[in-house]
Write a new protein. Structure first.
Length: 297
């Protein structure tokens, strides 16, 4: 069984069309939850960490917390729900409303973590206004997840300066026991992230959206193995929708190809390059065991 450690759900009604039109961006279509689960199960995925993505400050939109609520209500054994909020308001101050929402979801509704996206919200992860959220997550044992990397496509308003690892390094120093996941192995700051992971056993990462760069991804997994942090790297898909971004008409097939890249393709690349290969235990760790350990599955 595979665990998808990072997947977004959307409700198009939560997007602000005038903002997206002004930015020259299209709004993705909703994905039917039953169809989504069918695709994932066809790929051998048994659990999925799901979340929206709050972008109210700049984009006046969010992926749709309602989509996460509906999915978790319908498939509570399949989905592991996260909140997604922006921790500061339009004036850059601590957002009490969003804090109260997160507290309720974690303490009353079984949500396991919080997603923050500093580059999209144009805030720094070490902003002191965020610290009450960290204190809450720390106290409740919730996971704090970040898009703390450069955008892989058109940047528009996802400024890389807000993804600098130095900012996150401050957070790990101030909250050494807080469980943190950095998406996309912190692309392109992966070596920096791995060094931080050496120093913080509560820091994890995932491989979402890296499969179209198989050589770069594999080399970074060699580095993670060399540094002794490969056991905190997890498989992830990101946003699953037919004919969208990395996905073709049948996303199940794409997922199967990505899983095969991890299970077999990386070792082929390593053998051809003369790099160390990965053991079966290390590969199964990426696909299942590491996420299972983080989430107690």
């Amino acid at each position: 069984m595979i665990i998808d450690s990072h997947m977004h759900l959307i409700d198009t009604g939560c997007f602000d069309k005038p903002t997206y039109d002004a930015l020259g961006q299209s709004i993705p279509a909703d994905t039917d939850i039953d169809q989504l689960v069918s695709w994932m199960r066809a790929a051998g995925i048994g659990h999925c960490v799901c979340m929206g993505q709050d972008m109210q400050r700049i984009w006046h939109s969010e992926f749709g917390e309602i989509a996460v609520e509906r999915a978790y209500e319908k498939y509570p054994e399949f989905f592991i729900p996260f909140c997604s909020v922006e921790p500061i308001d339009s004036a850059g101050r601590f957002c009490q409303k969003n804090y109260d929402y997160v507290e309720r979801k974690i303490t009353e509704c079984g949500y396991k973590g919080i997603l923050f996206t500093p580059p999209y919200g144009q805030f720094h992860s070490n902003d002191r206004a965020m610290y009450p959220f960290y204190e809450l997550a720390n106290a409740k044992g919730a996971v704090v997840q970040y898009h703390h990397s450069a955008a892989g496509g058109p940047t528009v308003l996802a400024h890389t300066k807000f993804a600098k690892m130095e900012n996150l390094n401050d957070v790990t120093f101030d909250f050494p026991n807080m469980k943190i996941v950095v998406e996309h192995i912190g692309y392109p700051f992966s070596e920096y992230l791995f060094t931080m992971m050496v120093n913080d056993e509560n820091l994890w990462t995932d491989l979402a959206m890296l499969y179209k760069r198989p050589f770069w991804m594999t080399w970074n997994m060699v580095l993670a193995k060399e540094l002794g942090v490969l056991d905190r790297v997890m498989f992830a898909s990101d946003f699953v929708a037919a004919n969208n971004d990395l996905f073709h008409a049948n996303p199940a097939q794409d997922l199967l190809e990505w899983i095969d890249l991890i299970r077999h393709g990386m070792n082929k690349i390593c053998e051809n390059a003369g790099w160390p290969v990965f053991s079966e235990k290390e590969i199964e760790g990426i696909l299942h065991d590491n996420a299972a350990r983080l989430y107690g599955l």
